[in-house]
Design a protein around this ligand. Structure first.
Ligand SMILES: [Fe+2]
Length: 380
């Protein structure tokens, strides 16, 4: 393929075939491979130390690198062509963890990825399948968990460190005499995401079912991103309101008073839904201007009602030995009420950062374990 380079004052244009792509000189100077220390892999070049804005005097392709000489520096920079192509094609660096979300509805339960704990712990392929499902679907079930308290720690640490919350490193979901949270009762638990009152609500949630012999108490999950997209299609203005304005949440007891504002629908800079925050039991008194509430409340109620529609909700019984893992910023969860004295129900929970999940997946993907499930081969 013909590649043509033309220099200008503040950058250059490379034409890959027929596709021209402009690159700024500061950016190119910063992207030189010599700017990264090979041992620490950290940046060791400070572009603010340049006395004048960088300006290329020549640029040419040598092997798989772009080479540049500079007006005020006796250096020749080397920038990988692969990086330039990624920027030309996608606008940014290739990220193996940047997998599109696969939105799901109420028929998804049989398709939830189920990976044995021993595979997650001891097999790169098993761990990659687990990570990929969490990134794409937002939920996965780890089966065959060792029936001990340490079992959950071992599982989380395949991704990273346990992230503490206001409740500490772990929480126990079972009936308590003086509950600090509706989860610790036998009552129904409305659909919610956890701890929106914290500055950074927990990323991934782990719920290890140690015991469940009660009548009722089905676990409920839905894909908040799918519901948000349904709202966008049905009522774009309601979507805009929920994706624009922050509302207050809390977590409050005798010795705690957490408060934070969150958007109910989280979007990225491209407008893609990255998550939702919903918790009516931890929602504080709304403090948006009262006349804005005339518009906001109907949108908010519409979204909550949409989430209650059967078409979105998956219901299943938490089984002892399983650990449900899900993205607390995307998957909305709840529980049906149960008969407290009909048996025992005990789930041990904790959180982990979503950055740790993506980091683990990137390392595995670079080693060739992308976690993709091979398509089922049709037999004659
Ligand atoms: Fe919860």
């Amino acid at each position: 393929m013909n590649t043509h380079i033309s220099l200008s004052d503040r950058g250059l244009t490379i034409t890959f075939g027929t596709q021209p792509q402009y690159f700024n000189y500061y950016w190119l100077r910063d992207a030189c491979v010599s700017c990264i220390d090979p041992q620490t892999r950290e940046r060791i070049f400070d572009s603010s130390a340049l006395p004048n804005p960088p300006r290329a005097t020549d640029a040419w392709i040598e092997g798989d690198h772009l080479r540049l000489s500079w007006q005020d520096e006796a250096v020749v920079s080397s920038v990988p062509m692969l990086l330039l192509r990624d920027v030309a094609d996608q606008g940014r660096l290739y990220d193996p963890a940047d997998l599109p979300q696969k939105l799901w509805s109420n028929e998804f339960e049989p398709s939830i990825a189920r990976v044995p704990q021993s595979d997650v712990l001891h097999s790169d392929d098993g761990r990659a399948r687990f990570c990929r499902a969490l990134i794409e679907d937002g939920i996965a079930i780890v089966t065959g968990m060792e029936p001990s308290k340490e079992s959950l720690t071992a599982l989380v640490e395949t991704l990273g460190s346990i992230t503490p919350s206001a409740e500490g490193y772990f929480f126990e979901v079972r009936v308590e005499i003086a509950p600090t949270n509706l989860a610790f009762t036998a009552g129904p638990l409305e659909m919610h995401t956890d701890l929106p009152g914290e500055e950074a609500a927990p990323g991934l949630q782990f719920l290890h079912c140690l015991e469940n012999t009660v009548e009722g108490g089905l676990s409920l999950f839905l894909d908040g991103a799918a519901v948000a997209e349904a709202l966008r299609a049905e009522d774009p203005e309601a979507f805009r309101l929920l994706a624009t304005y922050e509302i207050p949440f809390f977590y409050r007891h005798d010795r705690l008073d957490y408060r934070a504002h969150q958007r109910v629908i989280e979007t990225d800079q491209q407008g893609n839904v990255t998550g939702v925050t919903i918790s009516q039991h931890l929602q504080d008194t709304l403090d948006l201007p009262q006349d804005l509430l005339d518009e906001y409340y109907p949108a908010f109620i519409k979204f909550i009602r949409l989430m209650q529609e059967d078409r979105f909700v998956v219901r299943f019984r938490s089984q002892a030995g399983n650990c449900v893992v899900f993205d607390n910023h995307r998957i909305v969860h709840g529980r049906e009420g149960y008969v407290a004295d009909s048996g025992k129900r005990h789930l041990r929970g904790c959180y982990c950062d979503r950055g740790a999940l993506r980091s683990t997946y990137r390392v595995l993907a670079k080693q060739g374990f992308d976690g993709a499930v091979a398509p089922v081969r049709e037999t004659a």
